[in-house]
Design a protein around this ligand. Structure first.
Ligand SMILES: [Zn+2]
Length: 619
């Protein structure tokens, strides 16, 4: 406690002695909000800003004040709006973040870029009320033991510190953060917390719900939730979706637990915990999502699928694929986010090299034949197929698909969904499509003999067939098809090409840095090939852009086997996978591991990242 007092006093004193930028000699430690003029004077004095820029800032500030709206804006926002050149790096304008860091130094407080994913929103919003937080523009961001940390953009506003310490009986730490962020999260955090609380109150009105819910109770809950007009839940769901879009999440996971349920996002392939709801709120959130996805809300015992279309904050249409599953504590729901602009890419955006792009075009620009894309779930096969179909689609070509499920709706294709209930499986789907005069058929997946046979028949009757298989590499997909019972001579006559692929996280372009190569790992990755050791490789560092992970986005690595006459001869009754692989390499196939090695050598990704996704089996 004593330490706390000293800490607080010191903070006040430090603020006080440096507070007045205009440097009134021996001025008392007056608590005050930042004033545009005092900041401009200090910035000119430190040669960060020129007199002319300062004049312009004053001008826009006066214009703003004369407007009727009179929204109170932080002075740093006006200065950042000038986009004045940065004296230290003239090609870069002075940003709000730069000014915030400057203000932090000036006030002697630590600087922080707020990462909402690192904040326990439910916990911090319990520290002080919304009104109090708004009045002093302080955002609680962290509670640990005897310390509470607040973010603020008003470091010299200090008059509340004494009271706050008394009330909380904790040590108070302050950090300086960007005023736009502080404002925004002050609203968002409290709004979502309030919505959750209101929802809890509404739910608690009835019987108290706790522990493991049996199915009867679940069904009852479903009935009471059917309306789900509940405004608070609507707000929580809206916030969740918007938040996921902003964070570039690919999946939203809603996971019921005994008391507190988890919300997790998958970003660049990695899961992040983002929020916790009381389980009864989670149940209402899932119900709301089921309504949006036109699923049966009362049915909670069977897994269901659905889809939902919405708009991202930037106004783009976003499609979400929903899937629910009953678990011990309620329904789990996963929302996969499909941003059409992200799903369909140009070949170079997929990570194809020029050479790979040429090989791939050779495989798919043909009137008939089967082209297979292989890899585990989540390796980007669907994106490759959709992008390829978009590339091939033209008004004079009929592109048809049979999918399970349809992952993205494209106006250029005629898409059909597998429906197990009415015996419309992949094989039946191809049979139907063949009567629809197609040119190109995309089959979501070949997983049984009948589908394989139909695909072959489609190819033999003059169609190009694109499909996927769940195998590790290109050669093993032939083994798989032969194992299913496909006669080798039919494959020999129809298979045009096979591509295996994986996704790896790419290093953040803003902060990646050179690092020494780990030779044993390099050798393990490239074995049994000998690959020249690159002079330099890059490693992750972490910055604001990549949320301190060092990685930003993902790219594909590919292994392409164009079936040449020499390779065709290898597809025989006594198929030898290794011999096929060796022949394929002689014919120009670059194995996944070598493709990965070239990505590393070009500084796009790291050895660790590749080793975790590339099969290291010997060829
Ligand atoms: Zn970065």
């Amino acid at each position: 406690m004593l330490g706390g007092t000293q800490m607080t006093l010191k903070t006040v004193a430090a603020g006080g002695s440096r507070a007045r930028f205009d440097g009134g000699e021996g001025a008392p430690a007056v608590s005050h909000k930042l004033d545009l003029d005092e900041i401009l004077r200090a910035l000119i004095q430190e040669k960060v800003l020129t007199e002319e820029s300062a004049l312009r800032a004053r001008q826009t500030y006066r214009e703003h004040l004369s407007k009727a709206s009179r929204v109170e804006l932080h002075p740093l926002i006006f200065i950042a709006d000038l986009k004045a050149p940065n004296p230290a790096a003239p090609e870069k304008p002075i940003t709000l973040e730069y000014l915030t860091e400057w203000l932090a130094r000036r006030s002697g407080l630590p600087y922080l870029k707020i990462d909402p994913m690192k904040i326990d929103v439910a916990q911090v919003t319990q520290v002080i009320g919304h009104q109090y937080a708004l009045r002093y523009r302080i955002l609680p961001i962290h509670v640990a033991g005897e310390t509470v940390t607040f973010a603020t953009a008003e470091p010299f506003l200090t008059n509340y510190l004494g009271d706050l310490k008394q009330i909380l009986r904790k040590e108070i730490r302050r950090v300086v953060a960007n005023p736009v962020d502080v404002n925004r999260y002050l609203t968002e955090f409290y709004r979502v917390t309030r919505s959750v609380q209101k929802a809890v109150e509404a739910k608690m009105g009835g019987d108290k719900i706790s522990g493991i819910l049996n199915f009867e109770q679940l069904l009852e809950l479903g009935k009471t939730n059917v309306g789900a007009e509940d405004q608070h839940i609507v707000q929580v769901v809206d916030w969740l979706l918007q938040y996921a879009f902003e964070q570039r999440a690919s999946d939203i996971h809603l996971e019921p637990r005994r008391e507190m349920s988890n919300v997790r996002f998958r970003i660049d392939g990695v899961m992040h915990q983002v929020y916790q709801f009381p389980t009864q709120v989670m149940s209402a959130v899932v119900s709301r999502i089921k309504i949006l996805g036109r699923m049966d809300v009362a049915e909670k015992r069977r897994p269901q699928d659905g889809r939902l279309k919405t708009r991202s904050p930037t106004g783009r249409e976003v499609e979400l694929r929903l899937s629910t599953m009953p678990t011990a504590f309620g329904e789990k729901c996963v929302m996969r986010i499909f941003d059409p602009d992200i799903v369909v890419k140009k070949f170079d955006q997929l990570g194809f090299t020029k050479r790979e792009s040429d090989i791939w075009q050779k495989m798919v620009e043909r009137p008939n034949g089967i082209v297979l894309v292989t890899g585990p779930t989540g390796s980007g096969k669907t994106t490759t197929l959709y992008s390829t179909l978009k590339f091939l689609a033209a008004p004079e070509i009929n592109v048809c698909t049979i999918e399970d499920p349809i992952e993205m709706v494209a106006p250029e294709f005629n898409q059909m969904q597998v429906q197990a209930g009415i015996d419309l499986d992949f094989a039946a789907g191809i049979r139907t499509l063949l009567r629809q005069d197609p040119d190109i058929i995309m089959v979501g997946e070949i997983r049984d003999l009948e589908t394989a046979q139909m695909a072959i028949q489609a190819s033999l009757t003059g169609h190009l067939v694109l499909s996927t298989l769940h195998t590790n590499d290109s050669p093993s997909s032939i083994t798989r098809l032969l194992d299913l019972g496909v006669p080798h001579y039919l494959l020999q006559g129809t298979l045009a090409g096979i591509m295996a692929q994986r996704l790896v996280r790419t290093l953040c372009p803003h902060c990646k840095q050179p690092r020494p190569l780990d030779e044993p790992s390099w050798k393990a990755l490239t074995h049994p090939f000998t690959v020249e050791i690159p002079a330099q490789v890059m490693g992750p560092k972490g910055c604001l852009e990549c949320r301190k992970t060092g990685y930003f986005g993902r790219t594909g690595i590919y292994e392409m086997a164009l079936v040449t006459p020499a390779l065709r001869e290898q597809i025989k009754a006594s198929f030898d996978q290794t011999a096929f692989a060796h022949e394929a390499i002689r014919e120009g196939m670059r194995p996944l591991k070598l493709s990965a090695a070239s990505h590393i050598a070009r500084g796009l990704t790291t050895i660790e990242e590749c080793i975790s996704v590339v099969p290291l089996v010997d060829l």
